[in-house]
Unconditional design. Structure first.
Length: 190
């Protein structure tokens, strides 16, 4: 059991017989005889719905352990993504709905982190930066301003905007949060 005032981002808690992941938590101390309040944004790990709730600072909540494992993406099978633990070779099926819109960024043999609560996978986290090969783009234009961009299709099937000097075959680095070009990869390993 943990006091509500000690709840932090990323924790999993059991509240009213449901398991929630804490997306954000902000403690506001009380004044005088009034106790503090913990405002938390919670995601139900069964239904996927989010809601905000205020807890009294002294309210006791059951903390649920979150196991994080580094796994390798293998393939997508109908509604599931098949992941494998590289140490034990155990395969884990994760619903594509849990992966969400980042599913289109997954490539075979990519290492991702999976969060497991009560033996069930509840979240898949991709690396913050992806190195991806440019499959097709217009020829590079040199001598133009650096502020001009062009469309490029990546080998994972996603289209992004890149600077004019990027050419087909280059390996670029993308931010997974917003799919923005960061720079060209230092080593051409692909």
């Amino acid at each position: 059991m943990v006091a509500a005032s000690q709840v932090r981002n990323g924790m999993a808690i059991r509240f009213e017989n449901q398991i929630y992941k804490v997306l954000s938590a902000e403690y506001q101390p009380g004044q005088g005889k009034m106790g503090g309040v913990m405002h938390a944004r919670l995601k139900n790990l069964v239904t996927g719905t989010t809601w905000e709730h205020g807890f009294r600072a002294e309210q006791k909540l059951e903390e649920v352990g979150v196991e994080k494992r580094l796994v390798e993406y293998l393939y997508q099978d109908s509604d599931d993504c098949i992941l494998m633990d590289p140490e034990t070779y155990e395969q884990i099926a994760v619903a594509a709905a849990i992966v969400g819109p980042q599913l289109r960024l997954l490539a075979p043999q990519m290492r991702v982190s999976v969060e497991i609560v009560d033996g069930q996978p509840v979240a898949v986290t991709l690396p913050d930066v992806l190195e991806v090969k440019v499959a097709d783009t217009t020829p590079p234009v040199h001598g133009t301003q650096d502020s001009t961009w062009k469309a490029a299709k990546l080998e994972i099937g996603v289209q992004v905007m890149v600077p004019q000097f990027v050419k087909t075959g280059d390996v670029i680095r993308l931010s997974t949060a917003d799919l923005k070009y960061m720079d060209r990869a230092k080593t051409q390993t692909r």
